[in-house]
Ligand binder design. Structure first.
Ligand code: GUN
Length: 285
């Protein structure tokens, strides 16, 4: 039976550390890390994510601003807001919640955010830096996954690491981070042939494809570390991951649950990036 990786616990420990560093920063420099979050429209899931980000900021003592803009917001208004926040000294990090309504161009918005304040690490300047291993910010979800693997005491060096999913937000940067830790990395996707054969080789398996319970025990190696990034809503309203927890937990050595695995880490890594941004902007890092 696998040991369950407790994302809430790892996350709570990190937030305690972030909170105490924030207090220290305030005592020494009289400033608090500042995060601005922009949300456009009424997507229910996005509204929940944004309010969780706002609560997390308050919990660790950050200054935060949330801009809840109407669905009909035009591109020039959104870009003007980002521009103003880029210049605002109280704001160290800027995040525009995705997806944006269809008439807005996400790429243009990401490009407009100053790379120094890009706490999502979505700007091509930051994604490029991840590629060459010289980065200030790591994208929140893959960075959270690395912390969870670390929490198991697993040494990644030389291990077979398989990432299922190739999104710009998770799969691709995840592969880079595992490679930097000397893993032997394979990235699988919807066109991969013999997927089961590839996933069954993995000592470390990270799954981010958005298909409920897709990875069964027959696709997992005995004793693997299995990280489930998926978050799918079943017909009965319950949340479930991309991994069939019931069967895979009998075969893996470590496994993340959904909810309570990767999810709690994502906002914690956003807090971490905002603290890093604040220190960099104060020139103390
Ligand atoms: N939508 C879903 N996940 C994310 C994220 O990590 N950042 C932003 N900006 N939007 C998201």
């Amino acid at each position: 039976m696998a040991e369950i990786i407790d994302g809430k616990k790892v996350s709570a420990q990190m937030r305690e550390q972030i909170k105490s560093e924030t207090e220290e920063l305030y005592q020494k420099y009289g400033v608090r890390p500042g995060l601005a979050v922009i949300i456009v429209g009424d997507d229910p899931a996005s509204k929940v994510y944004v309010s969780n980000k706002e609560k997390a900021c308050a919990q660790v003592g950050y200054y935060s601003e949330v801009y809840r803009l109407p669905e009909a917001t035009e591109m020039d208004e959104l870009l003007a807001l980002v521009d103003r926040l880029n210049k605002d000294e109280k704001i160290n990090g800027i995040l525009c919640q995705l997806p944006l309504p269809k008439h807005l161009d996400e790429e243009q918005v990401i490009l407009k955010i100053s790379p120094e304040k890009d706490v999502d690490a979505f700007h091509p300047m930051n994604t490029g830096k991840i590629m060459i291993g010289d980065y200030d910010f790591l994208p929140c979800t893959p960075a959270g996954v690395m912390k969870l693997i670390e929490s198991t005491g697993t040494d990644i060096t030389g291990k077979e690491c398989v990432v299922v999913g190739r999104s710009n937000i998770v799969g691709k940067p995840q592969a880079m981070l595992l490679l930097q830790k000397n893993g032997t990395v394979t990235v699988c996707h919807s066109k991969t042939r013999n997927l089961k054969e590839v996933t069954s080789r993995a000592d470390i398996l990270v799954v981010a494809i958005g298909k409920a319970d897709f990875i069964g025990a027959d696709m997992v190696k005995e004793g693997a570390v299995v990280i489930d990034v998926g978050m799918n809503r079943k017909a009965d309203g319950k949340l479930t991951g991309d991994v069939d927890f019931e069967s895979v937990s009998k075969k893996a050595a470590y496994i993340t649950p959904v909810p309570g695995g990767v999810g709690p880490m994502t906002i914690t890594m956003l807090l971490q990036n905002t603290l890093t941004a604040a220190k960099k902007q104060l020139k103390i890092l």
